[in-house]
Design a protein around this ligand. Structure first.
Ligand SMILES: Nc1nc2c(ncn2[C@@H]2O[C@H](COP(=O)(O)OP(=O)(O)O)[C@@H](O)[C@H]2O)c(=O)[nH]1
Ligand SMILES: [Mg+2]
Length: 197
């Protein structure tokens, strides 16, 4: 994918704060510290378009980025991080659910999962919402550089079983090595092109 431009547009909590719904949109979701910002930065060939951080879970807004003047990437706040104050957790659910249920230009959500971790209640909950609102899903297993090839395959099998999806639906990725970047882009472009009812 040729990236000509990638720019931060704005942060939003409520629909009235979203940018105008003029471009197809892809959203990124995952637990805090899973590597969401790193995935986005890798996809757009930038070191710091999205801030990566060692103290996760602080940004509790939807962050909109415009890519190639052609579509938006939306960075969801991370979830499931124990150090986030309770009121922030409470805020996450309505913010994300409102976005998923009202955003007409949303083409798909990328759910990022640490390849070393079996998904839990948060991932199941999000996947159920996506099904309910008929939003396309792309599943990315990240940080694969932390595991041997054999361990990667084993974890992919276990995660596929837990999520009741086929192994083919789980994209292996590493922000460290760039492994899997082209495949994830193919998946994104497919979701953008898809005419789903
Ligand atoms: N080894 C490795 N580290 C990663 C990878 N992706 C992210 N990280 C590290 O994981 C930490 C959290 O990454 P970040 O992108 O900020 O996660 P976010 O909270 O989900 O946005 C940072 O220290 C990153 O350098 C990866 O693919 N491989
Ligand atoms: Mg982040």
């Amino acid at each position: 994918m040729m990236i000509r431009s990638a720019e931060f547009v704005k942060s939003a909590v409520r629909p009235s704060q979203y940018p105008p719904a003029t471009l197809p949109e892809i959203a990124f979701a995952g637990r805090s510290n899973v590597g969401k910002s790193s995935l986005i930065n890798t996809l757009v060939n930038r070191k710091r378009l999205v801030k990566t951080s060692a103290t996760p879970g602080r940004t509790q807004q939807l962050n909109f980025f415009r890519i190639n003047e052609a579509f938006y990437f939306v960075d969801f706040p991370g979830y499931g991080y124990a150090k986030v104050p309770r009121f922030l957790k409470k805020q996450w659910k309505p913010m994300v659910e409102t976005y998923l249920s009202t955003r007409k230009t949303l083409k798909g959500v990328i759910l990022i999962i640490d390849v070393r971790r079996i998904p839990g209640i948060d991932e199941h909950l999000l996947m159920n919402w996506l099904r309910h609102y008929h939003v396309q899903l792309l599943l990315v297993l990240t940080k694969i550089d932390k595991l041997s090839r054999t361990e990667q395959m084993k974890q992919r099998r276990n995660i596929a079983q837990e999520l009741a999806v086929t192994e083919k639906e789980l994209y292996l990725f590493s922000a460290k090595s760039g492994w899997g970047k082209d495949a994830v882009w193919d998946g994104i472009l497919k979701m953008i092109d898809e005419e789903h009812s």
